[in-house]
Design a protein around this ligand. Sequence first.
Ligand code: NDP
Ligand code: 2IT
Length: 451
Amino acid sequence: MAVSDHVDLDGFMAGVNRRNPHQPEFVQAVQEVAQDIFEFIADKEDYHEQQILRRIAEPDRVVSFRVCWEDDTGCIRVQRGWRVQNNNAIGPYKGGLRFHSSVNESVLKFLAFEQTFKNALTGLPMGGGKGGSNFNPKGKSKREIMRFCQSFMTELYRHIGPDTDVPAGDIGVGAREIGFMFGQYKRITNQFEGVLTGKSLEFGGSMIRPEATGYGAVYFLANMLAAKDDEISGKTAVISGSGNVATHAAEKIVQLGGKPVTLSDSGGFIHDPEGLTLAKINWVKEHKTHRRGRISDYAKEFTGSTFHEGEAPWNVPCDVALPCATQNELHGDDARALVGNGCIAVSEGANMPSDLEAVRVFKDAKIMFAPGKAANAGGVAISGLEMSQNSERRSWSEEELQIMLKDIMNGIHERCLRFGDQGGGYIDYVKGANIAGFKKVADAMLAFGVV
Ligand code: NDP
Ligand code: 2IT
């Protein structure tokens, strides 16, 4: 087939839209990747002929199932669970589980698609997957969470395995939920194996897994700044979210001499002009994770800080920004406010937090912008190393893993530079990440033929 006969970007996206009705998040994620890939493969016949992007943008399978559980009042509740296994060309499916009322097939398909590129970027042998449920953990008792996790795993276990598909945590799923699910998997299968990551240290978890995503996003930010002979020390950082990723990003910013001034949750954001200290961040971790509290309470606890109900933090002046809550939480106007206030770099701790218009604003302004698939890959990278440790039945030290995390984030930065350097000092990290991630998966798929 001649190159000119190939479907163009608009035709490709029209097909994606047609085949995935009512799945805006998935279409958005494909669109963000497709524009760069079409440019990259313009003169590469094999990728066209073998329909590689078309195949990556069609999950290997989407498993959907019913999850029944009994609440504390004896009522039977019915939720929907999913596992999206997007692509296993370079390794077992790998990616988190999300428990949140907003979870649906579109959200999980976008996350599994993004995960495929992210995992390839780490340099580790991991394919892409994602799963979860529309179960809302807020306000549920510990026993209700346990019963839900057990019921969820009673179906999920038949679709996963240490060399098949290895889930982990994401929004609403932390060490406690992973413990409940691992316990149920072990009970059903009678196998003690590395089928989940993000486990506690007592039963095969890895040091620094909880910290890895947030720390990694800050290391990536430091790498971008270093490429411009700049550093984090002295920088004011605006951060959204107050969960695992946001609190560890804030912690690493403080450790490197920067000043985080905001955090948020679905109720609004807090602004602390004095800057969050390690002690204040520890209070947030305790309050959000163990007491299941709200970020608004921060303003009552620490004088000088304010709570802004129903708002996001993007209008607060800053040098660097780290969106670490959820998808599409940063829109075009927010991006314009950040750029207008002098923000020079954005590192996405969350998956796809900036919408398409916001990404366009950052690119047009030529500020440093690291997409989630590059910046937040530290978490899944340490998950990959947890899998290695489980296979070897040994544990690496915290020091060893800290070095490995930094090395992996450096490697991702270099891969982005290779394909994203636009000359004149501007690096398009979105393009760099998309092409580097795609190329590895695509070349493996070419080797397999049409399967
Ligand atoms: P957590 O559950 O620990 O925290 C989520 C945070 O985001 C909470 O502050 C939550 O507020 C807020 N949030 C969630 N949904 C919404 C919403 N719809 N609107 C506003 N705020 C919201 O999750 P994580 O920190 O683990 O995950 C945060 C992001 O990072 C997600 O995009 C996730 O996919 C991504 N990520 C996570 C990794 C990990 O290792 N955990 C790895 C790579 C990426 P509230 O308490 O009010 O719900
Ligand atoms: O989005 C992500 O990369 C995660 N939630 C972590 C996935 C993992 O397998 O550790």
